[in-house]
Write a protein that binds this ligand. Structure first.
Ligand SMILES: [Zn+2]
Length: 398
């Protein structure tokens, strides 16, 4: 085992009240794994400090062994206070790039030592994950915040080795909660939705985030450690994939259209009318006859509002009326108008009576003369299986 290292400048710079925690003689280490300091306000006894530092020592070493990116000059500030999670008697927070704060209520059952023994290790796993992720991926929105909490909670639960944290215990209908969360306006107040007791549903944001973290792991096949540096949008899309499996539109978002993807274009908030298909064209012979019949009438599907639940969370939804309409007279505006067109639009799906085949018309405009239009034929093996793209019939390139 290699001795743990820390920068000299940091060792020299610590305040008097701080204590460097070391792995100890057992492995011949003389380097601290973290710097522990105690805020004035409570006189932490020798026994309390000993208990806290032993836990810090072990937990930080264990996290470092699995999670790259924990800062070498980690600083842990211990303080007493009453603004804690009522169930645990403690709480943690971070300050980028190297600080973790642990607040404990000495009046909680078990006192400082009891609370530290029950929760400090798990809290450190949680907070160190925050530190690593938030250094790699800036947190600027409620969605970032909830995803961060979910990943940190799953990490604490799976690797911390303690009792499962109650804020990670999402309900059986978690997908409904996630739908409600994704439907929130982007500027919904963070304090209300990401905090511990929002919305009457205890730990709403934490439970939604933990469910999304678990789904992202399952869908991506990646570990929580490797997801630490993955952007929020990708996590949300993996988490929502189960919902998209159930609608024929889902596979549209995984395709490229003349090189562009819907996530770079944005999707129009109105389902466009389907253009009638030429049922006699040779290329459409492979379609199920029912689909060909339904798609060759004058107006196979009409316009209707897009259900946002059929769109991956990372794809922007654009208001149809915000798209500029074409100028009616020849002018320099015409060129400007063409260059401005961007967006992905698609029609409602025609579905065969057995529910296993579907046809959708789509148009992708990627600006200028770049674009693609056509029909997408979707199929699923059974009514419960995910929809997959069978074939794209490109009817036009711009
Ligand atoms: Zn957290």
């Amino acid at each position: 085992m290699t001795p743990l290292r820390c920068p000299r400048s940091w060792r020299a710079a610590g305040p008097v009240a701080a204590l460097a925690v070391c792995l100890g003689a057992a492995i011949g280490c003389r380097e601290p794994v973290a710097f522990v300091e105690y805020r004035p306000g409570h006189d932490f006894s020798r026994a309390e400090r000993h208990a806290i530092e032993a836990i810090v020592n072990r937990a930080v070493s264990d996290v470092r062994a699995v999670l790259p990116g924990v800062p070498a000059d980690l600083r842990i500030t211990v303080q007493a206070g009453t603004r804690v999670i009522p169930e645990t008697g403690e709480t943690g927070s971070v300050g980028l790039p190297r600080s973790v704060y642990w607040t404990v209520d000495p009046a909680h059952e078990g006192g400082v030592t009891g609370v530290a023994g029950a929760w400090l290790r798990a809290t450190l796993f949680h907070e160190l994950y925050h530190l690593v992720r938030e250094t790699a991926v800036p947190t600027t929105s409620l969605r970032d915040r909830v995803v961060n909490e979910g990943l940190a909670t799953a990490f604490e639960r799976d690797l911390g080795g303690g009792a499962p944290p109650p804020w990670g215990a999402y309900p059986d209908d978690a997908l409904t909660w996630v739908g409600a969360f994704l439907a929130l306006p982007r500027d919904a107040p963070e304090a209300q939705w990401a905090s511990m007791d929002s919305d009457g549903r205890r730990w709403f944001g934490f439970k939604v985030g933990t469910w999304m973290a678990d789904e992202a792991v399952r869908r991506s096949g990646r570990s929580l450690v490797s997801l630490a540096a993955v952007p929020t949008g990708d996590i949300l899309d993996w988490a929502w994939a189960r919902q998209l499996d159930a609608v024929p539109f889902g596979p549209l978002f995984a395709q490229r259209y003349h090189g562009a993807t819907p996530s770079t274009l944005g999707v129009i908030d109105t389902l466009m009318p389907m253009r009638p298909l030429d049922a006699n064209a040779e290329r459409y012979r492979q379609l199920p006859p029912a689909l060909r019949r339904m798609a060759s009438v004058p107006v196979p599907t009409g316009a209707k509002p897009l259900d946002p639940r059929t769109v991956p969370p990372s794809v922007a939804i654009l208001a149809a009326e915000s798209m500029p309409s074409a100028p009616t007279t020849e002018s320099p505006d015409v060129l400007r108008w063409y260059l401005r067109q961007r967006g992905f639009a698609f029609s409602d799906a025609l579905v065969t009576p057995d529910g296993l085949d579907a046809l959708i018309y789509y148009e992708a405009d990627c600006g200028g003369t770049c674009g693609e239009a056509g029909y997408a034929w979707m199929r699923r093996q059974s009514l419960r299986a995910p929809w997959v793209l069978r074939t794209k019939f490109v009817s036009g390139y711009a």
